[in-house]
Design a protein around this ligand. Structure first.
Ligand SMILES: C[S@@+](CC[C@H](N)C(=O)[O-])C[C@H]1O[C@@H](n2cnc3c(N)ncnc32)[C@H](O)[C@@H]1O
Length: 341
């Protein structure tokens, strides 16, 4: 959370404002601390001077179709998804990015609300786009400027969900889209969401999956390693160091897929490291951080579940699935779930 403990807010337009729970300064400080500990968690890839542009470029890259495939699945199933979402719910999306998927959902929610209350001409929806990068929150709000809903953007970490939720009007459709769910330890994220959702709230998330058949798993592993080891993804992962003057020859980016133990059995998870090849000093603000040749910087990860593994985690963490939407090849899923009472 915010180092100073202060929460800033600013009015963006007549019906939209932004609350800053975590400031740019807080993120810079985290960046320094993490690098000192030889860590580079994934959220730092989306922040910094070029975080916004880098993610949007990666999302467009042919070699990295992960979030785009999930958008297609969302578009294909939109009308069916809407049938499960009661009118009048607020719409919260964490890790909103540029808010493209949220715009699609919000437009459908507005249509549904208007269709059910045709005489009033009004919709009672509040939209809360949330991201750790404030530029994404701005972009997400701009995208829906003309929609007749209340809008409150929030800059903050999902880990601070207990603080974030003080800002939203219940009940909520709580979303984590773009495969972001798979960037967290499954039981951590599910417990966090469960603790902070109320009885009437819904949980909506998507994931890029491993199919179940052995043969297909081999092919999928190859394509996952292809996407995540692509030049575009490697540069995306290296950028935080490149922006402080390192060059690609100063380190190696390594990505592998490991089978790790969990309460529901073995699950696949990517492992990413940056290997420093040359003694280097980085000037970050007033501080200098030194790396020695041979140092290893540990990075974030992405879980690659099968559909059955996701449903098993939801079950042990106290969620019931209301409806799941799977792509024909079972490599992408969107899930609407509810906390079990
Ligand atoms: C993989 S991108 C997905 C973006 C978008 N939802 C999409 O589908 O294209 C992950 C997003 O989550 C944000 N993010 C990463 N870690 C976060 C955290 N701990 N709390 C809040 N947002 C986070 C990033 O800034 C980025 O916008």
């Amino acid at each position: 959370m915010n180092i100073t403990g202060k929460v800033e807010s600013r009015q963006v337009s007549e019906n939209s404002e932004i609350i800053v729970v975590t400031s740019k300064k807080d993120i810079e400080e985290k960046f320094r601390q993490c690098l000192k500990n030889h860590e580079l968690p994934d959220y730092l890839l989306y922040t910094g001077a070029r975080g916004t542009k880098n993610w949007m470029e990666l999302d467009r890259a042919e070699t990295f179709p992960v979030a785009r495939q999930l958008k297609t699945l969302l578009e294909r199933n939109l009308e069916s998804i809407m049938r499960f979402i009661p009118t009048g719910m607020s719409f919260v999306s964490v890790g909103v990015g540029d808010g493209e998927k949220e715009k699609i959902v919000l437009e459908a929610l507005v249509r549904k609300n208007l269709a059910e209350n045709p005489t009033s001409g009004k919709v009672s929806i509040s939209y809360y786009p949330i991201d750790i990068n404030g530029e994404f929150v701005d972009l997400a709000l701009e995208k829906v400027e003309n929609l007749p809903v209340g809008k409150k953007g929030i800059v903050g970490f999902i880990e601070d969900m207990a603080t974030l939720k003080k800002n939203w009007r219940l009940p909520v459709l709580f979303c984590i889209l773009g495969n972001t769910f798979c960037n967290y330890e499954p039981e951590f994220i599910l417990q966090l969401v469960r603790e902070n959702l109320e009885q009437e709230d819904l949980f909506f998330f998507d994931a890029n999956l491993l199919p179940t058949e052995d043969q297909e798993v081999r092919a999928a592993r190859k394509s996952i390693l292809g996407a995540y080891s692509s030049r575009e993804n490697a540069l995306f992962n290296m950028y935080p160091l490149l922006q402080y003057g390192m060059v690609p020859e100063d380190f190696d980016f390594e990505l592998s897929l490991a089978n790790v133990k969990s309460r529901i059995g073995g699950v696949y998870r990517t492992r990413k490291n940056l290997y420093i090849l040359k003694d280097t000093e980085l000037a970050i603000g007033a501080e200098t951080i030194s790396f020695r040749k041979g140092d290893v910087i540990r990075m974030g990860f992405t879980y690659k579940y099968t559909y059955d593994q996701i449903t098993a985690f939801l079950d042990i963490c106290g969620f019931d699935i209301l409806k799941a939407f799977l792509s024909e090849d079972r490599t992408n899923a969107i899930i609407l779930a509810k906390k079990r009472m």
